[in-house]
Design a protein around this ligand. Structure first.
Ligand code: ZN
Length: 80
């Protein structure tokens, strides 16, 4: 059941596009990682694509890569 989201997806915007095409942007990640945003805000990643509640920076991770915090990438302000 490969969904094609391998570690080759290292660009945040590519991850957002890929996850949206698959319709999986509202899935919860395997682990609810705590994000320390560049703006100083700390929030919990509740879905695989989520904006910082303070500055709107979009964070993205593929569902099958979501166990590893290293796979979470920034995609730009309000990209999602
Ligand atoms: Zn932020």
């Amino acid at each position: 059941m490969s969904c094609g989201c391998t570690s080759r997806l290292t660009d945040g915007r590519a991850i957002v596009d890929h996850v949206k095409v698959k319709g999986k942007q509202h899935l919860a990640p395997t682990v609810a990682h705590e994000i320390n945003c560049d703006c100083g805000e700390t929030f919990t990643l509740e879905t695989v694509i989520m904006n910082c509640p303070k500055c709107g920076m979009t964070y993205a991770v593929t569902p099958c890569g979501s166990a590893d915090k290293e796979n979470i990438k920034q995609a730009g302000i309000k990209y999602a």
